[in-house]
Design a protein around this ligand. Structure first.
Ligand code: ZN
Ligand code: ZN
Length: 451
């Protein structure tokens, strides 16, 4: 088989991997880099510009996997885009939101490449989706050759799949983004077992030592306690969340904590794309039973929308829990604006529930120890009087679990992807020790490898 990592900046970035298995030319994912702008955020499709793809697979709907899919699908209009039913439901919604964000950035930042595609491209992409059920293989043909494609539940976020290809008795597996632990809304991953020929493995948490004393359940418990303390002392609690997945899980955590009397019935406010995603989750639950999310809990909690008419530094007039995107408190988002109001007032608190990239305002706030924080986009310097805490509700498996999976798979080749350089280094070293006969490859972007 042949492989090219098209993610031009390496690290996590704009995920997209091209593989050739026998005669089949296949692309897995086509993301958009969260921190780059314009065409620089798109994978480098140059090596496959003159190829006609036979299959495209979408693992899940986070934009670092989905965000440039309309572009490559438009170049390959006859090619099936294989994915799960929840992904086919969510992808158009996520992409339409992305178009709106790009249009705004074109105006605000003068990025003339934007939007990279239009609503009609999303409509066309929709026609290319071929939905497969989890763990039900489908055979695809090309001339006399056949390949079987099986999608496996990867946890992580609703719809997320690991992808298995079987060709001439050889098994090639893409882990995709994986979480083995169950979330409140979603069961954990169930990856293919038995011997694998080539395993393409995510490495997101390679630089983070696993600590067996910290579990998802213990982190949820600590979070609920902290929210309770903030409300008790008369403050508001800001929880910056990703719109897809984490917001819905947090709704459920808060709802359950209230039902068990662990949190008071304070008002819950929410805003943004995540609220609309709740409607999609409801639809997906009814149609597929793949998630455990009942939208009636929003009504029972009387979730209200956030009034974003606020002034930096002036405390929020309505006390309560604020569940808003973005998770990393990126500029111009509700969580960024709310933080500028909350931060100078001591009873308030900010609870981060996932990883924050150090280059984002969320990451910078977590590292800020000078006592004040500058909100660049608002030209406002806030004294830091609210409490700031972080809880590990990551959507990714810890590194030891992934290594154990690789070891059990007995893979001849392990290809590292979806990780920063330090994370990949740890995986390369550890896998070399634990699987001395295995070829561990950390591919350079754009280079063709034969495996
Ligand atoms: Zn993801
Ligand atoms: Zn990802």
């Amino acid at each position: 088989m042949k492989l090219i990592d098209l993610n031009r900046h390496g690290a996590i970035g704009s995920n997209s991997t091209y593989i050739e298995i026998g005669d089949f030319k296949i692309l897995v994912d086509s993301g958009l880099h969260p921190k780059k702008m314009g065409y620089d955020a798109v994978p480098d499709f140059e090596p496959i510009e003159h190829e006609t793809l036979d299959l495209i697979v979408l693992t899940h709907c986070h934009l670092d996997h989905l965000g440039s899919l309309p572009i490559i699908a438009a170049h390959n209009p006859e090619t099936p885009v294989i994915t799960t039913a929840p992904n086919a439901e969510l992808a158009p919604r996520m992409l339409r939101n992305s178009i709106n964000v790009m249009k705004r950035q074109r105006e605000e930042k003068g990025i003339t490449d934007y939007p990279l595609f239009l609503h009609r491209d999303v409509v066309e992409l929709n026609k290319q989706f071929v939905v497969q059920r989890f763990e039900h293989g489908e055979i695809y043909r090309k001339g006399k050759e056949t390949i079987e494609v099986i999608l496996h539940p990867a946890g992580h976020v609703v719809g997320a799949a690991a992808v298995e290809f079987i060709h001439n008795g050889k098994r090639i597996v893409f882990s995709g983004d994986v979480l083995f632990d169950a979330q409140r809304t979603l069961p954990g991953a169930h990856l293919p077992q038995g011997d694998i020929d080539t395993l393409i493995l995510e490495t997101t948490r390679g630089a983070k030592e696993s600590d067996s004393s910290i579990t998802r359940a213990s982190e949820v418990d600590r979070l609920v306690t902290q929210i309770g303390e903030i409300l008790e002392r008369g403050g508001s609690c800001l929880i910056p969340v990703f719109a897809l997945g984490r917001m819905q899980e947090l709704f459920k955590i808060i709802f359950e904590a209230r039902s068990f009397g662990r949190l008071p019935h304070s008002p819950v406010y929410a805003a943004g794309l995540g609220m609309d995603i709740c409607n999609y989750f409801e639809k997906i639950r009814k149609r597929t039973q793949l998630i455990d999310f009942d939208i009636s809990m929003l009504e029972k909690m009387k979730v209200r929308s956030v009034d974003l008419n606020m002034r930096p530094g002036r405390d929020l007039p309505r006390k309560g829990i604020y569940l808003v995107s973005s998770g990393m408190m990126v500029e111009h988002t509700p969580s960024y604006k709310l933080a500028a109001s909350l931060l100078p007032h001591a009873p308030n608190g900010v609870c981060f529930v996932g990883y924050c990239d150090p280059e984002t305002p969320g990451g910078q706030l977590l590292e800020e120890h000078s006592g004040s924080f500058f909100f660049d986009a608002l030209d406002y310097s806030a004294p830091m009087r609210a409490s700031i805490d972080q809880f590990d509700l990551s959507g990714h498996a810890n590194r030891d679990e992934l290594v154990d999976y690789a070891v059990h798979s007995n893979a001849k080749n392990v290809v590292l992807n979806h990780g920063d350089p330090h994370a990949r280094e740890w995986f390369a070293q550890t896998l070399n020790q634990r699987m001395p006969k295995t070829n561990v490859l950390n591919p350079s972007p754009g280079v063709l490898y034969k495996l």
